[in-house]
Design a protein around this ligand. Structure first.
Ligand code: F6P
Length: 547
């Protein structure tokens, strides 16, 4: 049947936004605040523990209404409901998209192909909790009877970024007597540095791979096994030092890991949406099962908000629409996520996969080239460090870069006297939101007695939009809320752009070519059809490598 979904750019709601944008040109945040003093209060939404202020955006009530009309026309909420019902909305892979089931309470009913998946989700959670308790208490010992003191997660992409990010984020909640390391890169240096100071007899490897075929992970897992066996000598040691997190029992068994030591998840969990599945095992060991449940409840809280909140107060919808407004109507190419928390140092890297692997698409669900911008480049590091590096470009460069500023009212308790620095940290967050939004006019610069030839250099145009996200403190629940907020925002944007946010065919070509090129590097074999540039690089590499 021919598809009749209208192209996004031909929808009247789209053209209405284009017209609105044209009239909006030149409007400054200073003006918007001067003419609408109530906007700071009105453009604030509370979701669970998250306080979101989106008043410093280049929008009016009319803009928001038009954006919401676009969301209605593209049936964002209908698409949301289809996802939550377990429909196979990942059409190119013919899969349901049910990461929301991973954090659903035990009495929820969510069906895939007529089967309620919630009981099996909770069965795995129970198995993870029991295992984590054994490791944490010392009951689970290594092959020689020594207590496990080190946990090394070996995985990449969604099988690494989530646990690695959350471990950093929740360090104050972790068992400080255990050491956690995360190995992802096929560069042997990663594993080498991760294990060089560890005692194999005290080390547990968690091999995390949805498919259990990812070359980086399998290569590192084999190397880890060799490292272990070189010290412990005996193949039977693997059973006490290796567990697997996967959907693929056959491959796990082929690798030599007993499937009794496998923690399962399912094909309806996308890799980048998997960290609240079995993939979170390292985190459960780190923070304990109760805190992990708090994290899942935080996710669930935002899922429920997304499912039930009306459009005008629906935080993921609002954030998604704001991104569409800048990317599609202002030409913004990127989006900065700037946490004012050292503990969130890996948060933006995690969001890069979530957002860019989901929405980095250039054909719509019907396979037609899109005529509109899709996902932005997501980037950023903790705010104060960024201020002394790239903020100059955000403030005075030529690009529009919408940004999220994330901060917490309370420092973590264990900082002791160092907690006194927290107000200074947060003063920076508030100052940046203010400076980015309102800038500093030439007249204000002149009033400071600055010489005229310096005025242009010291003027800040402002008008750089930011969302400020505040919470009382960074707890497991708040982390879950934050991640779910971004997950659902990414969903909203994919729904509007009519793309499949849940496949990732774009990573395949590089994988295939790497496999083809490797024998040319190691053995000098000829690769048929290799382009002249790559051939020349291969030849140079081999010469430099002394081959
Ligand atoms: O980068 C592609 C990808 O498939 C990601 O989506 C996924 O998170 C990662 O590779 C790792 O895959 P796996 O968990 O199957 O090893």
């Amino acid at each position: 049947m021919p598809d009749t979904t209208p192209l996004l750019t031909r929808r009247p709601q789209w053209t209405a936004l284009e017209d609105h944008r044209a009239k909006f040109n030149g409007t400054h945040l200073r003006e918007l605040f001067a003419t609408d003093p109530g906007r700071a209060e009105r453009y604030t939404v509370q979701v669970g523990d998250l306080h979101l202020d989106y008043s410093k955006h280049l929008v009016t009530d009319e803009t928001l209404a038009l954006l919401q009309e676009l969301a209605t026309a593209t049936d964002v909420f209908g698409q949301r409901d289809a996802m939550l019902r377990g429909e196979k909305i990942n059409t190119t892979e013919d899969r349901a998209v049910l990461h929301t089931a991973l954090r659903a309470p035990a009495d929820a009913v969510i069906e895939v192909d007529g089967e309620n998946v919630v009981p099996k989700v909770h069965a795995v959670l129970d198995k993870m909790a029991a295992f984590a308790d054994k490791v944490r208490s010392g009951e689970w010992t290594g092959h020689t009877g020594k207590r496990i003191k080190n946990v090394v997660n070996v995985g990449i992409g969604g099988s690494d970024l989530g646990p690695a990010m959350a471990y950093e984020a929740l360090r104050p909640f972790t068992a400080r007597d255990l050491t956690f390391r995360f190995v992802s890169n096929v560069d042997g240096a990663d594993l080498h540095e991760a294990v060089r100071d560890l005692d194999p007899a005290e080390t547990l490897f968690i091999i995390a791979s949805k498919t259990f075929t990812t070359i980086e992970t399998i290569t590192n897992a084999k190397a880890a096994r060799s490292w272990l066996l070189a010290a412990l000598g005996d193949e039977s040691a693997v059973a006490k030092h290796f567990v697997a997190l996967s959907t693929n029992a056959e491959k796990v068994s082929d690798f030599g890991i007993d499937t009794a030591n496998m923690f399962e998840f399912w094909d309806w969990v996308g890799g980048r949406y998997s960290f609240d599945s079995a993939i979170g095992l390292s985190l459960v060991i780190a923070i304990g099962p109760a805190a992990f449940r708090e994290l899942l409840d935080g996710f669930h809280l935002v899922d429920e908000h997304f499912r039930t909140a009306p459009a005008e107060a629906n935080a993921p919808l609002l954030l998604g629409l704001l991104g569409v407004w800048y990317g599609n109507f202002h030409g913004a190419q990127s989006h900065a996520v700037l946490p004012y928390s050292h503990y969130l140092s890996k948060f933006t890297a995690y969001l890069q996969q979530l957002d860019m692997e989901s929405n980095g698409k250039s054909v719509d669900r019907q396979g037609r080239p899109v005529e509109w911008q899709t996902g932005p480049v997501v980037w950023g590091t903790p705010g104060t460090n960024g201020q002394h590096a790239y903020y100059q470009l955000i403030h005075q460069g030529t690009k529009l870069i919408p940004a999220d500023l994330i901060g917490f009212a309370k420092p973590v308790a264990e900082l002791g006297e160092l907690a006194d620095q927290h107000d200074l940290l947060m003063a920076n967050l508030f100052a940046q939101g203010q400076a980015l939004g309102f800038g500093k006019t030439a007249d204000e610069v002149r009033a400071e007695g600055i010489a005229e030839e310096q005025v242009a250099h010291r003027t800040f145009k402002g008008n750089h939009p930011t969302t400020t996200i505040l919470a009382t403190e960074l707890t497991p629940s708040v982390l879950g809320q934050l991640i779910a907020l971004y997950e659902q925002k990414v969903f909203v944007q994919g729904a509007i752009w009519n793309i499949d946010s849940f496949d990732q065919w774009g990573v395949e070509l590089g994988k295939v070519l790497a496999k083809r090129v490797e024998p040319a590097l190691t053995e000098g074999t000829e690769v048929p059809g290799l382009d002249a540039s790559t051939q020349s690089l291969v030849t140079t590499y081999r010469a430099l490598r002394g081959r």
